[in-house]
Design a protein around this ligand. Structure first.
Ligand SMILES: [Zn+2]
Length: 121
């Protein structure tokens, strides 16, 4: 597939699969307007959704699926991967919620959520 529909803006998220992910049977779609990343299995089934957000000059990634939610520190801007070109090189898992959760993350509340989670780290 060349693209899937971004669930945050309903526009196309384009296929930015890197060869190293393709080898593992995964595809990556990225919506640059939302900084939303979708990782799917080859079947098209969604494995996880991630939103990237910058807060105090630091870049974070919030990833989630029906099994949990994970907050990652991606590193200072410049180090993160480039969709379709290179993967993230420096990522540190800051917090994880490994329960069945109700995911209520969107472009409007993501920074407030990150700020809140950072209080407990
Ligand atoms: Zn979008």
């Amino acid at each position: 597939m060349n693209s899937i529909i971004c669930k945050f803006c309903n526009n196309d998220a384009n296929n930015k699969t890197l060869e190293e992910f393709d080898r593992f049977g995964m595809s990556i779609y990225f919506c640059s307007a939302c900084k939303a990343e979708y990782i799917t299995y080859k079947s098209g089934k969604l494995a996880s959704t991630s939103l990237y957000s910058e807060l105090n000059s630091k870049l974070y990634r919030v990833s989630f699926n029906s099994h949990g939610l994970w907050l990652w520190y991606v590193g200072v801007p410049g180090i993160p991967g480039i969709p379709g070109v290179s993967k993230n090189k420096e990522m540190k898992l800051l917090k994880s919620f490994n329960d069945e959760i109700v995911v209520d993350i969107n472009l409007n509340n993501i920074n407030d959520k990150i700020k809140y989670w950072l209080l407990f780290i």
